[in-house]
Design a protein around this ligand. Structure first.
Ligand code: AMP
Length: 217
């Protein structure tokens, strides 16, 4: 089962992608996570990506396409995968199609999580995470037991720098301009599944699973 998750920043695609990957036993690949780790480790990739990420801009296509090519070519995507955060532009979507075809692979489903802008700004400004174990928290839906501290290791919770409100608004503009056109690309390929991204985490999870299962029938 080869899937990709699409949706504006804060639509919950990362959270749902992790859960669905675990349930289906497939590899989860988040390009945002790979880039954040590279920035933290100060690698060449991280140095190239950092400035774009801080402003909420997209990292250049060539960098992302090389990254995904390495993963596919190196067999890192296993027997099935969920791509989370890639593709984000038309050139990325077209390259992905070619790269997969070159390895006799294709996509089964592109899952789009639909959430409106105001809800997104609200959600992202309430998003915190633990820098040690990466556990995520969301005010007011998932609040830590002790204010500002992780439930698992008591570490001080942090926010992603690109979750500040002005950067979030820029990320939304970038999404509309550069990423939304690929929704039509997958609609035309007849593999798009639109899932309402509001509701509880469990409800959205069940709806995503349902949308994915309709593919395997
Ligand atoms: P995310 O965690 O998916 O919200 O990604 C965080 C940031 O990483 C984005 O705002 C971009 O700067 C960068 N990024 C992640 N995936 C891509 C991609 N496919 N193309 C370009 N930039 C990306």
């Amino acid at each position: 089962m080869n899937l990709l998750f699409l949706g504006p920043p804060g639509s919950g695609k990362g959270t749902q992608a992790v859960r669905v990957a675990r349930r289906l036993g497939v590899t989860h690949l988040s390009t945002g996570d790979v880039l954040r780790e590279a920035v933290k480790a100060g690698t060449e990739l991280g140095r190239k990506a950092k400035g774009y990420m801080e402003k909420g801009e997209l990292v250049p296509d060539s960098i992302l396409i090389d990254m995904i090519e390495d993963k596919i070519g190196g067999g890192h995507l296993g027997d099935g995968f969920i791509l989370d955060g890639f593709p984000r532009t038309m050139p990325q979507a077209e390259s992905l199609k070619q790269m997969l075809a070159g390895h006799d692979m294709s996509l089964d489903r592109a899952v789009l999580l639909v959430v409106d802008d105001e809800e997104i700004v609200k959600r992202l400004s309430g998003r915190w995470f633990c820098p040690q174990c990466q556990a995520g928290y969301n005010y007011p839906a998932q609040v830590p037991k002790v204010e500002g501290r992780c439930d698992h290791d008591n570490a001080e919770l942090q926010r992603r720098p690109d979750d500040e409100e002005d950067v979030v608004r820029n990320r939304l503009q970038v999404y509309k301009k550069q990423t939304e056109p690929i929704v039509d690309f997958y609609r035309n390929e007849s593999i798009l599944a639109e899932v309402v991204g509001t509701g509880s985490l469990d409800e959205v999870f069940e709806n995503v699973l349902q949308a994915v299962k309709e593919t395997v029938k």
